[in-house]
Design a protein around this ligand. Structure first.
Ligand code: F6R
Length: 261
């Protein structure tokens, strides 16, 4: 089912596609990415890590038949305080779940260098690398249960850039499932800012599971606010949201907004 929302600021349409479950979400997202590539519009793919997009990356690996090997990958964020080769690092995630399965060489993969002693310099270097590569063509995003995108936690400004941030306790609890215990989840990260993310030409926001329902409804139905950083996406002209039924459950305008399949 496709929904069209006029955003709270009133001047943009936001497209939301509601699908049955995370597997269907992966198929729809992979379709979108492959279409973009086949149309010649995908040189740099911005990639989220975590549970939600894993099915998308599996679909891509199964269906791309090696043809994505020449694209570049730009990650959203990385934990501070983990060696890049740590099993829980996002550098490891991008290599194992995206770059290797798609046959993308390490030199074509950019992840914020959160191991650096000078995090401000690493952040500036990452922004420069994005510019040198011509910017992100298609940015895949997940959404935190607190409305974060990347690691832009509540309070993040619309014009924020890549920087070191302190993780919200809720984020550390949510991500404890990827570590032995919550105590092992880092407290800081280096993340693309909201302003950085909004410069991507096109955005694909993925939301899966009941834990995301409130944050997704807030992001698309309320006026943009730093309290729900994903709501800043209403200011972007080309966002497709793909949500499964559980994540879409709190969309109040849904029955009224549906305009055909
Ligand atoms: C990951 C990222 C985060 C996640 C979000 C949802 O690179 O930047 O914003 O997308 O925390 O994570 P999952 O999909 O694991 O629920």
């Amino acid at each position: 089912m496709k929904l069209y929302y006029i955003t709270a600021e009133g001047h943009r349409e936001m497209h939301i596609e509601v699908v049955a479950d995370n597997a269907a979400l992966g198929r729809v997202a992979a379709d979108r990415i492959l279409r973009s590539y086949d149309d010649g519009r995908l040189q740099v793919l911005g990639v989220a890590t975590g549970g939600t997009p894993a099915s998308t990356y599996r679909e891509l690996a199964a269906r791309s038949a090696g043809r994505l090997h020449d694209i570049r990958l730009a990650a959203l964020d990385e934990y501070v305080g983990l060696p890049a080769n740590h099993p829980g690092s996002y550098t490891t995630f991008v290599r194992q779940h995206i770059a290797e399965p798609l046959g993308i060489a390490p030199g074509q993969v950019g992840v914020p260098r959160a191991e650096a002693a000078d995090l401000a310099a690493a952040a500036a270097g990452f922004e420069q690398q994005l510019r040198d590569n011509g910017g992100v063509d298609l940015q895949i995003l997940g959404i935190g249960s607190n409305g974060h995108i990347g690691f832009n936690e509540p309070g993040s400004a619309a014009d924020s850039r890549t920087r070191a941030v302190t993780l919200a306790e809720r984020t550390r609890q949510d991500n404890a499932r990827f570590f032995d215990s919550v105590d092992d989840v880092p407290r800081e990260a280096l993340t693309q800012g909201i302003g950085t993310i909004l410069e991507a030409r096109s955005i694909l926001l993925l939301a899966s599971g009941a834990r995301k329902a409130q944050a997704l409804a807030r992001a698309v139905e309320q006026p943009p606010t730093a309290d729900c950083p994903a709501s800043w996406l209403q200011r972007h002209p080309d966002v497709l949201v793909v949500a499964d039924e559980a994540a879409a459950a709190a969309l109040s305008r849904r029955p009224l907004a549906a305009r055909g399949a």
